[in-house]
Design a protein around this ligand. Structure first.
Ligand code: ATP
Length: 360
């Protein structure tokens, strides 16, 4: 039984549909991330689960019980907001203890729970500090502590890391994963940051215009996107127009830019059909041009080289006019991967070819 089920849920604001007939199951104990561009409806889904918005149609089940009309305060769900939403005039202790006091939990139990929870979010000993004196990262940890202190069934997190600087965000990602593992409760996380979604989640739900485009593990989403939107939104993509020349059993021959390749025909494409081929930057490699490019590779010129320490990102304009993005990795045995702008190069493929999408 899913811990949350949204069944044919729709929601509009001012007659503008925001969520369209959405179906989603959240499994017990998983770390599920809603990923999508700004305005696609991620926060609205979270707020529907929290009970801060009501469904116009459809139903919402929590632990198998229909809670479509249940008020937020009666749901076993807590939310961590991007803005932290702490009480600034209260101490760390009082912020975290607030909900427990409302529920008339005995004082000794409150002290113990707050202490344990502060240790879990790595703020042990900060009970008496005022919120004002804390850094943004510490305030976010207090907000998380407040949301987990009463051990809810589900923790909802709405872009909780977006206000933090890059280094702190990376640290908080690791800490969130560990916290999730230790607590064993279900996390539903919202972000528009694909790297965050891929690194944190057991499953990712990619949304666009109030609908789910794809649900899967980070590996599924990155390696086998089901459509162009997911391919383009998650990770860097180079997308080529191709044509199916022939099909044979589960294989097909595709042609593009003078290249002929046999690939798996996963979507029952037909001869003559236009398709898109997706290649990730790390699926391709660049070589210095000798006399001419070998068969199966494409000529172009470097337009940008970005040194990143462990990798070099190259933007290359192919002779066909298309720009491609290639990542080269430093490796002792390999050729020099530093190129000059405007240097002529050849591009070939080291893996990939498996992602062929309909030309939508
Ligand atoms: P972001 O990443 O920018 O927060 P999102 O994917 O979380 O975006 P939502 O916050 O769910 O998107 O908003 C989806 C759409 O619904 C937006 O166009 C937004 O303006 C609109 N919307 C959300 N809440 C309300 C509201 N209470 N009243 C009117 N419109 C709303």
């Amino acid at each position: 039984m899913p811990v949350v089920r949204l069944q044919n849920v729709s929601k509009s604001f001012n007659n503008q549909p925001v969520i369209n007939d959405l179906n989603l199951d959240v499994h017990k104990g998983e770390f599920l991330t809603l990923l999508g561009p700004s305005g696609c409806g991620k926060t609205t889904v979270l707020r529907l689960i929290a009970g801060l918005e009501t469904c116009d149609s459809g139903a919402l089940f929590i632990n198998g019980r229909d809670q479509t009309r249940m008020p937020a305060c009666d749901r076993d769900v807590n939310t961590v907001f991007q803005s932290y939403a702490l009480f600034p005039h209260m101490t760390v202790f009082d912020n975290i203890a607030f909900g427990l006091k409302l529920k008339k939990t005995p004082a000794r139990q409150i002290r113990e729970r707050v202490k344990e929870t502060l240790a879990l979010v790595k703020l042990a000993g900060l009970e008496t500090r005022s919120i004002h004196g804390l850094s943004g990262g510490q305030q976010q940890r207090v907000a998380i502590a407040r949301a987990i202190v009463n051990q809810p069934l589900i923790l909802l997190l709405d872009e909780p890391l977006s206000a933090l600087d890059y280094k702190l965000r990376k640290q908080m990602r690791l800490d969130l994963r560990q916290l999730h593992r230790k607590l064993g409760i279900t996390f539903v996380f919202v972000t528009h940051d694909q790297e965050e979604a891929l690194t944190l989640s057991d499953r990712v739900v990619v949304m666009n215009h109030g609908t789910i485009q794809q649900t899967g593990t980070p590996k599924d989403i990155y390696e086998t996107p089901v459509n162009l939107f997911v391919a383009d939104f998650v990770g860097e993509s180079n997308i080529f127009d191709a044509r199916v020349a022939r099909t044979s059993g589960s294989d097909m021959e595709i042609h593009f830019q003078g290249i002929v390749k046999i690939v798996q025909n996963r979507r029952n494409f037909k001869p003559g059909q236009a398709v898109k081929v997706l290649l990730r930057p790390e699926d391709m490699t660049v070589t210095r041009i000798q006399a001419q490019c070998a068969a199966g590779s494409l000529p172009g010129r470097v337009t940008e080289m970005i040194y990143k320490g462990t990798t070099v990102d190259l933007i290359i304009r192919l002779d066909s006019g298309q720009e491609v993005f290639v990542t080269e990795f430093f490796n002792e045995d390999e050729q020099d991967i530093m190129y000059d702008v405007n240097e002529p190069v050849c591009i070939s493929w080291i893996k990939g070819w498996e992602v062929t999408l309909a030309d939508e």
